[in-house]
Design a protein around this ligand. Structure first.
Ligand code: ADP
Ligand code: ASP
Ligand code: MG
Length: 586
């Protein structure tokens, strides 16, 4: 007898007929002999309607009251869902987040789950009832209702599946699976029969709205197999599983974050501690940053740039301007009309020329790349907001994703068993805390930096095509935001290729009237874990100990599962020691 958690999103319970339809699915599972927990979202656009109502009263509603309001949406749908099951002749009990015992922290509007008690749900299941749980909500230690953030019912579902030891978590939605990109943006997108946790984590946190990214953190940490499938069509969907069970592709999908804001602190004194000052303040405000780029300092000054979701721009501006003044920065610039396009694939790290191909596709469509960051399994570029959809299409086609063809034999071959939970889970205080797995030092890389490159479409493409033709295997790539019409690009290669890289760089620099410099040995520190980018404060936890040890950070690249920093080779060992200590790995 299996235990299955089924989650129905807003469109799947938008009216009475759809609720009846969803109830029948739950009953079918139950009749097949499984124990069933159903997690339900608010009906249709109910949450938006409630948000809008609040706005009509005040433009600064209290966060606590907002959660009180929004949680009602799910309370309506669980009650109706339970009634539907009763009407069909079966036993069901609906529960709010508090009644289940979903304890969260007190960050209203984006609360994180600390613990879930299973007693109540388990006794109801043992009693033969189908349990109908309200998604998206919990309760803090003082009894206040909290919500998990928009789209958070996915997270309730996977978290419940994790603590109950469910055999499968089915996410029923209005698409029939996870696609190579949002099918609403690009109709030629294809459904993927299977995808790795790490890929889904990246895609979701970089803009693919099909899953709440925090739900995939749970899935990965606790080894929960997740199936995304259609509420309306009987067909296989997409299995989200551990990497060793998923296909290894250089490119699995493209994500678009439609509204991003970039901030740059210009001419910051280039000394240890500057980054820490900025990111600790943002962390305190609960703001998670992405695409952190620090250009290589000149004349003792450096620029620090990063991106945040557009709706956080107002809060971020106040903070960054204050910190800029304290640090004696030259100024703060920002740009809000931006989109972030990311290519994700777990097989990227072992494929050559992926970056070059992506930049070339963008250049062919005359799309100017404003900033670049990479990690082992993703490449993100910042482009003008209006270029977003065209950029997605260009990249999607460049990797042949439109003919990726969902072969369901591949999915069928994947046994939907649970993977074992990650080792770190035992060390976590709260279930949803940032999970750091390891921190390691790699001293085998060389760094090449171009300054003064012209900021025109195609520059990155030309650089990385040439680098690719020379057979160089590039690891980290960072392009800082252009200033005065000039851009800066840095990348790392294996130290053994340093001479070749220096030659190629000199050639490229000469033909573009840019300057190339190289550092034969740099130290790369990699922190691995789950939720690294989406938990505000990782950057802070990284920069604080390094600043205290007097180590200057040269480059940073982030992803959900890994954060890399480059420091001078002579600081490698010391940085490793202080970081391991600070991260509790010592
Ligand atoms: P629900 O209300 O069921 O939670 P959502 O609207 O949150 O549904 O998520 C489903 C939507 O996610 C789809 O309709 C689709 O437009 C969008 N989406 C974005 N990226 C992807 C993707 N890569 N694959 C599938 N759907 C995606
Ligand atoms: N009802 C909530 C929202 O619309 C949660 C969810 O649907 O996942 O964001
Ligand atoms: Mg959703």
């Amino acid at each position: 007898m299996a235990l299955v958690v089924q989650k129905f999103g807003g469109t799947s319970v938008a009216d009475a007929a759809k609720i009846m339809n969803a109830a029948r699915k739950a009953i079918r599972r139950h009749e097949a002999g499984d124990r069933v927990v159903v997690v339900v979202s608010a009906m249709g656009h109910q949450t938006d309607i409630l948000v809008d109502l609040a706005k009509q009263i005040t433009d600064r509603p209290s966060a606590r009251e907002m959660d009180m309001l929004l949680s009602t949406g799910e309370q309506v749908s669980v009650a109706l869902f339970a009634m539907a099951i009763h009407a069909l002749g079966h036993k069901a009990v609906s529960l709010t987040g508090a009644q289940i015992g979903i304890k969260t922290d007190s960050v209203h509007g984006k609360a994180r789950i600390r613990s879930i008690s299973t007693d109540h749900v388990e006794s109801l299941l043992a009693d033969g009832a189908i349990v109908i749980a309200a998604g998206f909500q919990g309760i803090d230690q003082d009894g206040n209702i909290t919500t998990l953030g928009r789209g958070g019912s996915d997270t309730t579902a996977v978290a419940l599946a994790a603590v109950l030891g469910a055999d499968l978590c089915e996410i029923f939605t209005d698409v029939d699976g996870v696609y190579t990109t949002d099918p609403r943006i690009l109709p030629e997108a294809r459904r993927l029969p299977a995808i790795a946790y790490d890929e889904m984590l990246e895609l979701a946190s970089l803009g693919a709205g099909v899953m709440h990214s925090r739900s995939i953190e749970f899935a990965k940490k606790f080894g929960v197999p997740v199936m995304v499938r259609s509420s309306f069509k009987e067909m296989p969907g997409t299995m989200i599983v551990a990497a060793d069970r998923a296909p290894q592709r250089p490119a699995s999908g493209v994500a678009l974050a439609k509204d991003e804001a970039r901030f740059t602190l210009e001419n910051v004194p280039d000394e240890p501690g500057a980054s820490h000052a900025v990111f600790s303040r943002l962390a305190k405000a609960g703001i998670a940053v992405d695409m952190i780029v620090q250009n290589v300092g000149q004349q003792g000054k450096a620029d620090i740039s990063f991106t945040v979701p557009g709706d956080e721009a107002m809060a971020v501006r106040e903070i960054v301007e204050a910190v800029g003044r304290e640090l004696g920065a030259g100024g703060v610039s920002s740009d809000e009309g931006l989109a972030k396009v990311s290519l994700v694939g777990v097989g990227m790290a072992s494929a050559e020329g992926v970056a070059g191909r992506m930049f070339t596709a963008l250049a062919q469509h005359k799309i100017n790349v404003r900033m670049i960051t990479t990690s082992e399994i993703k490449i993100s570029v910042l482009v003008a907001r209006d270029d977003g959809p065209a950029a997605v299409q260009a990249v999607h086609r460049a990797f042949g994703l439109e003919s990726a063809g969902a072969s369901d034999t591949a999915a069928a071959a994947i046994e939907a068993g649970r993977s074992s939970p990650l080792e770190v889970v035992r060390r976590l205080e709260g279930m949803e805390d940032l999970a750091i797995e390891d921190c390691v030092l790699d001293a085998s890389q060389a760094l090449v930096t171009f300054t003064d490159l012209p900021d025109t479409p195609g520059v990155a493409a030309e650089v990385f095509e040439e680098v690719g033709r020379a057979g160089l295997f590039v690891d980290m790539i960072v392009q800082s935001h252009p200033r005065d019409g000039r851009a800066e690009i840095s990348f790392t290669v294996p130290a053994g290729d340093r001479d070749k890289a220096a030659d190629v760089a000199a050639r490229i620099a000469a033909s573009r009237r840019a300057t190339a410099a190289d550092v034969p040995h740099v130290a790369k520190l990699s922190i691995t874990g789950v939720g690294i980018r989406s938990h505000a404060g990782m950057a802070d936890r990284l920069f604080a100990p390094l600043a205290a040890a007097g180590v200057n950070v040269d480059l940073v690249s982030t992803s959900e599962v890994r954060l890399n920093v480059l420091v001078a080779a002579e600081h490698g060992e010391r940085s490793l020691t202080v970081l391991r200590q600070a991260l509790g790995l010592a």
